[in-house]
Design a protein around this ligand. Structure first.
Ligand SMILES: O=C(O)CCC(=O)C(=O)O
Length: 360
């Protein structure tokens, strides 16, 4: 969409408003004295005129809901090179537990990241299966330090790190990055959980932590997109229990919350990034489709929240930020030195199959 917009100057979204929405908008416009009263004629100089009503702020009526709804605003708000994290983003993050930045990685950046991830023996060698207890598994590779290859430039670039610092309100450091690979037909599901449900157990005293979930592939309901309970970060930490191979949130509590919070399916185009709070409840279904679903997740912790226990992720380690153009300029695709890949057997919140079983 962004490419078409830049090349042709427009995009068309057919049926953006469905039948019911349109009927409501028509009622709001047609039976509206205020609109009629404020309408004025715009003459065309050929004896004809169109009537126009114009207002400066969207307001809270049905027409305002159109001007403020995410399907319109988020499309307009796609990442642009002059992107700066704003106060409004922080407000949204605090209220809903997430913000979406569409097109955070552009086409060229994404192509480089894909080369770095796909043609990488080290990532393949360090990947392990995370069983979902229902016979499926996702493959995951996880490293603790960003390093200096293309993937490290993503984890260290200003458009990501500065945004996390704005949203959490202070200096952050890289807690880990992971590549979550849900392969066609085999990729497993993820239980409802909060990331802080795990990280709490690592001696992180505050939930001043977050994840940036970047779509490498197109992510849809069909191939197991993320589902989130909007605003659930405000419920605090929920008890987490090991079920199958994964640790999940207490489902009795999640089911209660589902009755009062909005469940959102987070469909994403490649390059889109969801910045979400460590207490936001999320889950995802198995990939039953023929389409690969890879996601690249960078996690950050606040410097002031230095873990009190030495564990399998780093304690405070200053993050060396790089400018955004470092992703495009980086020519290191496979020198993974310094990344410190995780040995999954050291993480108490997941269960992995021993190597012998894996090869059977
Ligand atoms: O990739 C997913 O669907 C979820 C991943 C996730 O939530 C996690 O690894 O904590």
């Amino acid at each position: 969409m962004k490419e078409d917009f830049e090349e042709h100057g427009y995009i068309m979204v057919r049926g953006l408003l469905d039948h019911d929405e349109l009927e409501k908008v028509k009622v709001a416009l047609e039976d509206n004295d205020a609109i009629r009263k404020h309408a004025f004629g715009v003459a065309d100089g050929k004896g004809r005129e169109s009537m126009m009503a114009l207002w400066n702020h969207p307001g809270s009526d049905v027409t305002g809901m159109v001007g403020r709804c995410e399907k319109i605003v988020n499309t307009c708000e796609k990442y642009s090179p002059d992107f700066q994290p704003s106060d409004k983003m922080k407000e949204d993050f605090e209220e809903h537990g997430y913000i979406m930045v569409r097109g955070l990685l552009d086409h060229d950046e994404l192509e480089k990241v894909k080369v770095a991830l796909e043609d990488n023996d080290a990532i393949r060698k360090h990947a392990f299966g995370v069983a979902d207890g229902k016979g499926r598994e996702s493959m995951m590779a996880l490293w603790n330090h960003p390093g200096s290859d293309v993937t490290g430039m993503v984890g260290r670039c200003e458009k990501i790190v500065n945004t996390c610092e704005k949203l959490l309100g202070g200096e952050v450091y890289h807690y880990h990055t992971k590549l979550m690979m849900k392969e066609p037909f085999t990729g497993g599901s993820h239980l409802w959980h909060q990331d802080y449900g795990y990280w709490y157990k690592n001696g992180c005293l505050y939930p001043d932590m977050m994840t940036v979930f970047i779509a490498i592939d197109k992510i849809t309901k069909e191939n197991g997109c993320l589902q989130i309970l909007r605003g659930s970060q405000n419920c605090g930490r929920i008890e987490h229990i090991m079920v199958g191979g994964q640790t999940g949130a207490d489902m009795e509590r999640v089911n209660q919350l589902k009755k009062v919070l909005k469940l959102e399916y987070v469909e994403m185009e490649p390059g889109d990034a969801l910045f979400f709070h460590s207490n936001l409840l999320h889950t995802s279904n198995a990939n039953d489709s023929k389409y690969r679903r890879w996601a690249f997740l960078c996690a950050y912790n606040k410097k002031s929240n230095d873990p009190t226990i030495k564990h399998h992720h780093p304690c405070y380690t200053p993050l060396e930020k790089v400018p955004n153009n470092a992703i495009k300029e980086c020519i290191n695709f496979n020198d993974i030195s310094g990344k410190d890949f995780m040995d999954p057997t050291k993480d108490k919140t997941i269960k992995v199959k021993p190597k012998e079983e894996e090869t059977n």
